[in-house]
Design a protein. Structure first.
Length: 394
């Protein structure tokens, strides 16, 4: 059976917190799973948000479990009480996703009989050569074994076969991969009322429909104490690798206002974006509020990556490496003027790219849209000749 995914958990949280008429049956039918699957998901992966404190009542016993937790929705998301001495359990999609991943990683399945049979073959034919210093690929080829080298590496990591990392010529030089401890993360996940219907899966379905300009949005941080950041908006469809950059305050209101301002400018020149993908940062929680204007006319659709999966907007993240040529990590954004950011992104978008046939993003943008030159000028950007590009600060 397939495990529940992040967008499934977003639906569960939304139905529990935002839909008072939802039932266990209705949620299970929307997900296409059994009711027991939904029930176990909520019970196992709910987070304790307020535990019983024995110091407050030193002479008392721990309180009994709240009887409401024994029936739908099996958590405290809908509870109207503001003060309660019982332990509180809340279901949150991001926390549930991390709890599930950690549980699955620790409780890996035991190898099947077929795996053990094939491992015995590897142990007999391939393992002696690996222990003598031969690479896994060369040993598999020499032994004419039908097990893929990557599978053998996994088996070595899980101790299914006898060779160890020390026997591998290169693996011993690197540290073993460790699981990221998400409990240390200080950044919260976007609530379901924001991300419901706006997950990465919804974004990919919208991309398949085609016909709309798509952008990826992110922020570049200077120092922790800065009140400003650099808002970047990159066109990924059509593929022109053009990235706009603006200095804004680190608030959801300021970011939303700047995105709306950019959309209006692009709409005036016939290249307004219809799809916007961003991460789970709180500065982007205002995106759904500007999807429609006051008259209800639709502007664009906003979507959110899965928590801690910035690779889902890899184009935008990759382009930040060039931005860092002019704005290094740890350098305060508060000390930089708006015009300096405009000048920086003029250079970034004048930088030729091999993926564009050695055109610059400005040149590719002008080829894709007839009025692109007018938009570039209206936003204050200027194309810089390659011979005059200089990212080094004076």
């Amino acid at each position: 059976m397939q495990h529940l995914r992040y967008h499934d958990r977003v639906l569960i949280e939304f139905e529990i917190s935002e839909n008072p008429d939802s039932t266990l049956r209705s949620v299970a039918e929307k997900l296409g799973v059994s009711r027991s699957t939904v029930m176990r998901e909520i019970i196992r992966n709910s987070t304790v948000t307020k535990a019983w404190n024995p110091a407050s009542l030193p002479n008392s016993n721990p309180p009994a479990e709240c009887p409401k937790l024994r029936r739908w929705p099996y958590c405290c998301n809908r509870c109207a009480k503001t003060r309660c001495h019982l332990t509180k359990l809340h279901y949150r999609a991001g926390d549930a996703e991390r709890t599930s991943k950690a549980t699955n990683a620790k409780a890996a399945r035991k190898p099947s009989k077929e795996t053990l049979r094939r491992a015995a073959e590897v142990e007999e034919k391939v393992a002696p050569m690996i222990k003598s210093g031969v690479s896994i690929e060369a040993a598999v080829k020499a032994a004419e074994c039908d097990v893929h080298p990557t599978t053998i590496r996994r088996w070595i990591g899980r101790d299914i076969v006898s060779p160890s990392r020390v026997d591998l010529p290169r693996a011993a030089k690197f540290r073993p991969k460790t699981l990221y401890d998400y409990s240390k993360a200080k950044r919260s996940d976007a609530p379901a009322r924001v991300t419901y219907g706006r997950t990465i899966d919804d974004y990919r379905k919208a991309l398949l429909s085609g016909g709309r300009v798509a952008v990826q949005c992110d922020t570049v941080i200077g120092t922790v104490h800065d009140s400003h950041c650099i808002l970047t908006v990159m066109l990924v469809r059509p593929k022109v690798r053009l990235q706009f950059g603006f200095r804004v305050r680190k608030t959801k209101e300021a970011v939303a206002a700047k995105v709306l301002w950019l959309w209006e400018r692009m709409d005036a020149f016939g290249c307004a974006f219809g799809l916007l993908l961003t991460d789970n940062g709180p500065e982007f929680y205002g995106m759904p509020e500007i999807e429609n204007d006051e008259a209800g006319v639709h502007r664009f659709n906003s979507y959110f990556c899965d928590p801690y999966n910035s690779s889902q907007k890899a184009e935008c993240e990759s382009n930040h490496r060039i931005c860092r040529y002019g704005q290094g990590k740890g350098e305060s954004v508060d000390q930089v003027s708006d015009q300096e950011i405009i000048d920086l992104f003029s250079k970034v978008n004048s930088y030729p790219r091999e993926s564009l046939g050695w055109l610059s993003p400005f040149q590719a943008f002008r080829k894709a849209f007839p009025d692109a030159a007018g938009l570039i000028k209206a936003l204050g950007y200027e194309e810089v000749p390659v011979t005059q590009l200089n990212f080094k600060k004076k």
